[in-house]
Structures are given as C-alpha cells and as structure tokens.
Design a protein. Sequence first.
Lengths: 113, 115
Amino acid sequence: SQKIEQNSEALNIQEGKTATLTCNYTNYSPAYLQWYRQDPGRGPVFLLLIRENEKEKRKERLKVTFDTTLKQSLFHITASQPADSATYLCALHEDTGRRALTFGSGTRLQVQP
Amino acid sequence: EPEVTQTPSHQVTQMGQEVILRCVPISNHLYFYWYRQILGQKVEFLVSFYNNEISEKSEIFDDQFSVERPDGSNFTLKIRSTKLEDSAMYFCASSSGGTNTGELFFGEGSRLTVL
C-alpha cells in the first residue's frame, strides 16, 4: 500500500541550529513533492515545491532535497528561530493526471530560545 | 495578498442535520478542493473540482457529501446527514492549475462539531 511517513515524534532544537525533517514514501512515483507549514488550528501554508528531476531547492533559510532513489525528501531550516515552531507537512503529487495532494501526518518542530 | 476565505469558522450541529460549509477561492484560480483533518490526524483529501464538475474524489467523499459552485465566487461543501465521525476541520483550497506550479492555497478552515 502507499505510505508517506514523517517522524511522528516532535523535534526539539535550540534556536540558531539547523532543523532537519524527513519524509519517506513507498509505492508512489511522485511528479513533485511539497512542504507545508501548519500552525495549530490553522490551514496549511505552502513553503516549497521540488520536482522529480530536481535534487535540491532553496528559499531563504529553507532547503529541500529530493532523492527518488531513496524515496526520501529532507527539509532543512537553517538558523532556526522560535517562530519556526510549527508542524511541517510533506505532500506528494503523482504524475497520473490526478491533481490531489496526499499529505503525510507531519512532524512538529519546537525551537527553544 | 489574495486568500481563500471560509465560513463559518466553527459550526456545531446535531447528528443527522445538514451542514453547508462555504468557501471563496482565490479569484483567478481554476481548481478547487476540500480537505478535512480530524483532530490529531493528517490532512485528508475529499474532492477536487474543475470546470464546474468534480474531477477527483476520495473514498471518504460518499453520497452524503456534495459540492457546488453556485456562482462565480463561492464553492460549497454540503454534508446531507451529519454523523459523529464527520467532526473535523474542513479546509478549502484552490490552485491556479498552471503546469509550472502545483501549490495549494488553503483557507483557515471550518471546524465542524457533530453532537
């Protein structure tokens, strides 16, 4: 069966450090992968999109890598700040004509001041 | 900055009642979606809508659910006879549908509580 796995345990790091979150998937052939941020009680907010033929994408303090051989994406936040504390969701889109995104369960990041 | 708006923010209803959740997608977007998130669980796809018809739906989206775009701006989700397990946050989303972009823009959600 198809699965998107994100670490369900919260990630606690100190301010200024780099946070690295993992998204693993099985039985998918994603055309692209996206990362969203979700704050409690609010809707997901788009952060980054990376395509299957891209290895890495950056936006300000954010970096995403995509390894289709390992079936894994890593999401990095450098110089983390307490304001980065949130749940981060990985989402896949398959190149099958479907437009719907399938979301992972998310990893909660807590940045300590 | 354009945004997706949803009403109501919170609705409490009795089991068996009909509920309509409303959304105003971003004006130049072509694709519209409903997702739901049961408390503590992941965001789940319900349905997508394009060109005035459903383009995809999940197993969750059974005969109790329907969607409509009654005018040029609103996009609604109707649950005909609510069940306790329909209690969740319902998110509307829209996307431009361009080939170079696939990101979804989500509203802030409508929390549905079924008693």
